[in-house]
Ligand binder design. Structure first.
Ligand SMILES: [Zn+2]
Length: 149
């Protein structure tokens, strides 16, 4: 199941963000990721392990990922990790855009072999629609942990 693999990869990246909290590390995915830590910004000594509260992803319409299946896979996999079990997944679907040889910008459709909807010419450049990116990971320190050591 394709979506389970994607969900697993997303959770892995979130776990990585928890352990290093540096956006630069995540840049290895090919784009910058906005890692936000809510609440105790600038207090590295706060007790209590941080956990992930939300993960935002953008998925192009041609990635063939079903958002419902992805959410289902995500929700069944996150249970295994205490730092991730409360994380919500926010999916932003990206509608495809393409440019034809005549430089028209249009919405390509598989049914018409991705041909230009304005002039019928063939697709020259796919602008959007093939994304699979984590755009933000929101972290939060657990408040209910035992303090003082
Ligand atoms: Zn055209």
């Amino acid at each position: 199941m394709h979506e389970a693999t994607v969900a697993f990869a997303i959770l892995n990246k979130a776990a990585e963000a928890l352990s290093n909290r540096f956006a630069a590390e995540l840049a290895s995915m090919g784009n910058s990721v906005d890692v936000k830590a809510e609440g105790h910004e600038g207090h590295p000594h706060t007790s209590g392990k941080p956990r992930v509260v939300s993960i935002k992803v953008e998925i192009g319409e041609f990635r063939n990922i079903d958002p419902e299946s992805l959410t289902f896979a995500f929700e069944s996999l996150r249970k295994d990790s205490p730092e991730l079990k409360d994380a919500s997944l926010k999916i932003n679907l990206v509608e495809a855009r393409a440019i034809c040889a005549q430089k028209h910008e249009y919405h390509p459709l598989p049914d018409s072999y991705f041909a230009c909807t304005i002039c019928g010419g063939s697709l020259e450049t796919m602008l959007r629609g093939e994304e699979l990116n984590i755009t933000s990971i929101e972290l939060q320190h657990a408040e209910d942990n035992v303090e003082g050591r």
